[in-house]
Ligand binder design. Structure first.
Ligand code: PLP
Length: 453
């Protein structure tokens, strides 16, 4: 088993940082001049790219991004899933342009006929019969959590350590020493102590889930089918079925967030693995890059909600938003689902992710580094632990900022982007076998340098 020589890693990072700075003078200058942006970036996550400053975007199409210094990249980051349909997919652009330029009416608070088409398509893919739209997955989660509380009359949400569901206050919990929820390190401005809103367990550990549910105060178990925001942590056989059984046994709803795991296939992990959520959440990619999100509810949840005449669902009850379901967002979802993220597209994307994963695994085996790689449909991610961590806390413990920075910069300096805050690569309909082969070669070369082969 090879160990990483930290001194060698340090010098490799210095070398790659110098190349990055030399190759991107315009991005460096624009970042230096950004005096009116909090954290020097339009959104704080954009500061997470390696190299000391982010690349500034000039243009992007398909799976190619070009920066303001004229350098082109094969993009496996794809806006951390927001661009899983590829950048500016033609059919989405056509539909959106027609709405903006020809018909007009980006946001009018009037429904369009496309909305029912999208609702029916989401039902066909994911099974839930009734849908409501948002502009982000965060909002879909927030609004659906409110409905879960109303439907069950219970206050808490059960989440898994190191999950991520957007900026949803309830979900930033890890287990404290006695198992009750405490804020995840670094959390900003929690409205109340996490234990008041949240129960927390470890992914893949049903006994811990049951222990939390026994208190009888959980409205919903909120989870991704596989954790994807702390590496990919795949569910062990029987775990998701067990969650369904426990939710039913203890009167909690099962809320499945497929914002990222939609990568599993045209019907997400829900269709692939036959899951039976009471509430389903999706966002990011379904609008082809135009802000879009949705939540679906079962007929039974709808009945429980509607049994509350005091609930203000049509005004200020906290489950809507002025721009949500606007004509632009809805037509973007329709075009993307109808023409871009199709069954054929998924077959292509999943095939490439399988190749990508095999390429990474071959290098891990050859170099003898104690790492692992996990795939979920069209996405693949490596983690600095072997075997692959089986829960969020173990995966968090395998984080290695130095290795992240070296590998991200090595790839970026040679024309390949992966997701900045983890080691995730996503395939889109435009990704090609040559793009995957390029990554496999560069990854092997980077690891060779690292272990001194
Ligand atoms: C599983 C999951 N749910 C929800 C979200 C929130 O998405 P958004 O930031 O678009 O609101 C994310 C974002 O990464 C996510 O990974």
């Amino acid at each position: 088993m090879s160990t990483i020589d930290r001194q060698r890693l340090g010098s490799l990072i210095d070398r790659e940082r110098a190349t990055y700075a030399a190759d991107h003078p315009t991005s460096a200058r624009l970042f230096g001049e950004a005096e009116h942006l909090f954290g020097q970036v339009p959104m704080t996550w954009m500061a997470m790219w390696s190299g000391g400053f982010p690349l500034y975007l000039d243009r992007a199409n398909g799976n190619r991004v070009t920066d303001v210094d004229g350098r082109e990249y094969v993009d496996f980051a794809l806006g951390d899933t927001g661009a899983m349909a590829g950048h500016s997919p033609g059919e989405t652009v056509k539909a959106v342009s027609e709405r903006i330029a020809d018909l007009g009416g980006i946001t009018t608070m009037l429904p369009t006929a496309d909305a029912e088409w999208v609702g029916a398509e989401l039902s066909r893919r994911f099974g839930l019969p009734l849908w409501s739209f948002t502009l982000t997955a965060t909002d879909a989660n927030r609004w659906a959590i409110r409905l879960a509380r109303l439907a069950t009359g219970r206050p808490k949400v059960l989440t898994f350590a190191y999950c991520y569901h957007g900026s949803v206050d309830e979900a930033f919990a890890v287990p404290g020493p006695d198992g009750t929820a405490v804020a995840r390190p670094g959390l900003v401005g929690a409205p109340v102590p996490l234990a008041e809103t949240t129960r927390v367990a470890e992914f893949n550990e049903l006994a811990g889930v049951e222990e939390q549910l026994r208190h009888g105060d959980v409205a919903a178990i909120l989870t991704e089918p596989a954790l994807t925001n702390i590496g990919i942590v795949l569910p062990e056989p029987g775990f998701l079925e067990g969650l369904r059984e426990l939710a039913t046994k203890y009167g909690a709803l099962l809320m499945i967030d497929e914002t990222h795991t939609f990568s599993a296939g045209p019907g997400g992990a829900t269709a692939l693995w036959g899951l039976q959520p009471d509430i389903f959440v999706i966002g990011k990619s379904i609008g082809g890059g135009i802000p879009s999100g949705a939540y679906g509810i079962s007929a039974e949840v709808a009945r429980s909600v509607q049994a509350h005449p005091e609930a203000d669902l049509v005004d200020v009850g906290g489950v809507g938003g002025t721009l949500a379901g606007n004509a632009l967002s809805v037509v973007a979802m329709r075009a993307t689902l109808e023409h871009v993220l199709t069954e054929d597209a998924f077959a292509h994307m999943v095939g490439l992710a399988t190749r990508f994963t095999a390429g990474v695994q071959a290098t891990i085996d050859q170099a003898g580094v104690p790492w692992s790689v996990s795939q979920l449909g069209a996405r693949s991610e490596y983690r600095f632990a072997s075997p692959a961590p089986r829960n969020g806390s173990a995966s968090a413990a395998a984080a290695d900022n130095g290795l992240d920075e070296f590998l991200h910069l090595y790839l970026a300096n040679r024309g390949v982007l992966i997701t900045p805050f983890h080691n995730m690569a996503l395939m889109c309909p435009d990704t090609s076998a040559d793009d995957v082969a390029l990554h496999s070669r560069l990854f092997a070369e980077a690891v060779d340098e690292l272990v001194g082969a």
